[in-house]
Every structure is written in structure tokens, then in C-alpha cells.
Design a protein around this ligand. Structure first.
Ligand SMILES: [Zn+2]
Ligand SMILES: [Zn+2]
Length: 127
């Protein structure tokens, strides 16, 4: 008398003995055909540890833009920065005035923030 173990059968067709295991969910299957069926079905639920690695992009990224403009506004509230901007704006030689202003960390920070608000993706690109 031979016992039939259901667990030893393919999880897809339940007819043939299982030979392989799905790499994602470890479901047993008997052939490539059954694997294709299994993979395309809702029966293939990847184990949590493998699924976690696939979801990266978080909604937190969206908050970044808002933070930048808030920081920019805060910087513009700084009287020292305002006087620097006024100086550059009223200077005959704007290039020189700009260069002098860029020696102020505050102004550099302001310029950086301006750029990251205008073109946030630019900073992530590397040449
Ligand atoms: Zn099968
Ligand atoms: Zn699977």
C-alpha cells in the first residue's frame, strides 16, 4: 500500500510530484509550465524578507521640496543675507560683488538652496 502525500505534489497542478521550489515564495511546482502559471497567479506571494528590498521610494521624498523653500525663506529673513543681496544687486561690477558675496558662507548656503529649489535633481547627477 502506497501513501499519497499531498505535500509532495506540485502546488499548481496538484497532479505531478513537485520537483522545484519557487524562489520567491517557496511554493513547490513540477515543471516550468507550472511555474509560469504559478508566477502569474496571485498564489505567488513573495516572502516578506525578499519583498522588503523591492520597495524603496518613500513618500517622504516629496517633503524635501517644501523643506527647501522653507529654509530659503528663513534665509531671506536674515538681515545679513539681505544686505549681501542688496550689495550684489546694486554693485556696478556684479561679477566681483558676486564673487565677494560667495565668500560668505551664508550667501553660499543661500545660492545652494536656490539651486536645489530650482533644480532638485541636478545635485544627484554625477559627471
Ligand atoms: Zn505542476
Ligand atoms: Zn511563488
Amino acid at each position: 500500500m502506497e501513501a499519497t502525500k499531498r505535500a509532495a505534489l506540485c502546488a499548481v497542478c496538484a497532479l505531478s510530484p513537485r520537483k522545484y521550489k519557487c524562489p520567491a515564495c517557496e511554493s513547490p511546482y513540477c515543471s516550468v509550465e507550472c511555474y509560469k502559471v504559478h508566477k502569474g497567479s496571485s498564489n505567488c506571494i513573495p516572502k516578506p524578507n525578499t519583498a522588503a528590498a523591492t520597495s524603496t521610494g518613500s513618500p517622504l521624498d516629496r517633503r524635501h521640496d517644501k523643506d527647501e523653500s522653507a529654509a530659503l525663506r528663513a534665509l531671506l529673513d536674515n538681515p545679513h543675507l539681505r544686505s549681501l543681496l542688496t550689495e550684489v544687486d546694486g554693485a556696478q561690477d556684479k561679477a566681483t560683488a558676486m564673487r565677494l558675496a560667495m565668500q560668505e558662507p551664508l550667501f553660499v548656503e543661500f545660492a545652494d538652496r536656490c539651486l536645489s529649489v530650482v533644480a532638485p535633481a541636478e545635485g544627484e547627477r554625477e559627471d
